[in-house]
Write a protein that binds this ligand. Structure first.
Ligand code: FAD
Length: 585
């Protein structure tokens, strides 16, 4: 399941992942891309993924370490004493930007044809393969890439032709001299989750708007094109009265717009990237789309971003797993490699499982999004439920997985010279932005299930996958089918009764685990068909054991079953179906 054997060597201290190609070391990624992408597209992007995998495992990782150690600095004056604001970035951050925007064009893949020589735009499943590899090295810049992508999406969907003509080209440029990055400012002191409480006002002026107020969390603070929410004077209270605006950093004459970055946040993680507090002092802005639909439009973008957020958390987990496996293979303890100690093997399995679950659900969600954008109603319902389910669980799992992987490196894992400390700090952000865990779980259960009944689409999709996978042993399919019905039923019960709101997180988690168990089995069966390896199918067994059942805490397991599973899953040898089937009943 895991290809890490070749990281750079060292003496007494275990090696790290320097020099590892993150694409080649991750056979699951290639396997899933083969399943989800048209063959021609996969063939086209594979050399680019290979190149990005090599960069992420070395050059970009070194840049990320430097950029994290030298966070951006806000300046308010130039050396001649002129009031002029700018943010100074370390050259390593600029290099990360060059690779992400200029060389690979990740931010533009959904909008501009011709990126990396592909004649069309990319489906989400392909774009996020790049997101995933890049973020294994650098998570901080992952946010600006995503918000630039999101700003382009909002503009393309809701902006009028004049506004698109003015700003869309810059947002989707891969020429660094012409690129104008994006940002989205919603959160105010009064409310992040409760956006309807925002106090920024918009006053009409000559067909456009002047904005006043304060935004409390502004990532990519010096972006050129900001999408933000404000309440037009006299508009209704709550989210209904909120409009969406585009606020340029520079006005047409090149002078700065009337807003100020008051200070930058001193953050636990994503330290390479500038998040600021911004005062709007009559800033010039354009309305985007219908003013009374501002919140709904922004919510579309937030949902889009939540998928990216899930992918980025999966990237952090994969990177943490790479590090843990490298240590486990490279360090001797009590006369054996760590990877040969039974308790460490169990721990490695527990680190690996959430990574593979998350990867499956990232691709399932991205694929559904692509089909929804092509017009499928069923796929749209799937996206509605899968997005918060993925965002909720993968971002929470990233906190634990990065922490457990850090511990595999022992004391050195806690030291900032090695990547795990940075991964752990970064991982704590995923579950906060784009909606905290509670907010996202409530979205999944109260809205996606309670209001839109999207769980039915999920149940139907999962059952259909089992029906088409005759390779999966019948007994295993029956167990999975029963779990689908129970998870859907549980979510419906929680959604139907306001007294059960406190169970929203549990219901969301259960949907995630059941969906991932089915997806791992379905993908595993298909991978077995083309390269005779049923290991992914075996992972669905681990989901049932570790995530969907409660063992008797006093029972002793002498079956040796899990040790056998660890032997198959931690090695590199393909497992034939007949061998896997013994463990699936
Ligand atoms: C590094 C960083 C960068 C950010 N960048 C941006 C950005 O670029 N643009 C932007 O707009 N925002 C940004 N944010 C803000 C982020 O999206 C918000 O902090 C987040 O949405 C939470 O809002 P809040 O801080 O107001 O917390 P609150 O909304 O006050 O939440 C506090 C707690 O209350 C809980 N809670 C709230 N409502 C409920 C409920 N109904 N039921 C149960 N629990 C509830 C939450 O889960 C949370 O645990 C950023 C945040 C960080 C940390």
């Amino acid at each position: 399941m895991h290809g890490v054997e070749t990281a750079s060597g060292s003496d007494a201290i275990a090696p790290d992942t320097t020099g590892l190609n993150f694409y080649r070391a991750d056979p699951s990624l290639g396997d899933l891309l083969r399943l989800y992408l048209p063959a021609a597209l996969f063939r086209h992007i594979e050399p680019h993924l290979d190149r990005l995998g090599a960069l992420a495992g070395d050059h970009l990782d070194q840049c990320a370490r430097l950029a994290d150690r030298h966070p951006p600095v806000l300046h308010h004056r130039d050396r001649f004493g002129r009031d002029r604001q700018w943010i100074e970035y370390h050259p390593a951050y600029r290099e990360l930007e060059r690779v992400a925007y200029g060389e690979f064009g990740i931010h533009a893949m959904s909008h501009r044809s011709g990126i990396l020589g592909w004649p069309q735009t990319y489906p989400s499943a392909a774009k996020h393969a790049f997101t995933y590899l890049f973020n294994q090295a650098e998570f901080g810049l992952g946010c600006p890439i995503n918000v630039t992508d999101g700003a382009a999406m909002l503009l393309a969907r809701f902006g009028d032709d004049a506004l698109k003509g003015k700003y869309l080209d810059g947002l989707t440029q891969t020429d660094m001299a012409r690129l104008t990055q994006g940002a989205q400012f919603m959160t105010e002191k009064e409310g992040g989750s409760d956006v309807g409480k925002l106090t920024t006002t918009a006053v009409p002026e000559g067909g456009n708007w002047r904005l006043s107020g304060e935004k409390w969390f502004c990532s990519n603070a010096d972006a050129s094109v900001v999408m933000l929410l404000a309440r037009p004077e006299g508009a209704a209270a709550g989210t209904r009265g909120v409009g969406l605006f585009l606020m340029p950093r520079l006005l047409d004459d090149g002078s700065p717009n009337r807003y100020r970055i008051v200070r930058l946040k001193d953050k636990l993680g994503t330290r390479s990237m500038a998040s600021g507090e911004i005062k709007l002092e009559g800033a010039f802005a354009y309305a985007v789309g219908r003013l009374d639909r501002g919140f709904v439009q922004m919510a579309e973008m937030v949902n889009w971003s939540r998928l990216s957020n899930g992918v980025k958390s999966t990237a952090l987990m994969r990177r943490a797993l790479h590090d843990a496996m490298t240590v486990a293979h490279g360090r001797m303890v009590f006369g054996k490699r760590i990877v040969d100690q039974p308790l460490a093997r169990r721990q490695l399995l527990k680190i690996m499982l959430p990574v593979e679950q998350a990867l499956s659900l990232c691709f399932m969600t991205a694929d559904a999004l692509d089909r929804a954008e092509a017009g499928s109603q069923e796929a749209a319902a799937l996206v509605r439920i899968l997005t918060p389910v993925l965002k909720f669980r993968s971002t929470r799992d990233a906190r634990k997985v990065t922490g457990d992987a850090l511990e595999m490196r022992g004391g050195a894992g806690y030291i900032e010279e090695f990547a795990p400390a940075r991964l752990l700090r970064d991982a704590h952000l995923g579950s906060i932005w784009e909606g905290t865990s509670n907010i996202v779980a409530l979205d999944a259960v109260i809205r996606a299930v309670g209001r839109h009944h999207a769980e039915n689409a999920l149940g139907a999709d999962l059952h259909a996958r089992l029906s088409e996978s005759s390779t999966i042993p019948q007994g295993w399919r029956d167990r999975l089918r029963a779990l689908i019905d129970r998870a859907v039923g549980f979510a419906q019960s929680v959604a139907a009764d306001p007294a059960c709101e406190a169970d929203a997180r549990r219901a969301t988690t259960t949907l995630y685990h059941v969906a991932s168990a089915v997806m791992l089995a379905w993908e595993g069966a298909r991978i077995h068909e083309y390269r005779g390896d049923a290991r992914r199918l075996l992972l669905s067994r681990l989901v049932l054991d570790h995530k969907l059942s409660r063992p008797d805490v006093f029972s002793v397991d002498r079956s040796g079953d899990e040790a056998m599973l660890a032997g198959m899953l931690l090695g590199d040898t393909p497992v034939p179906l007949a061998q896997a089937a013994v463990h699936l009943s």
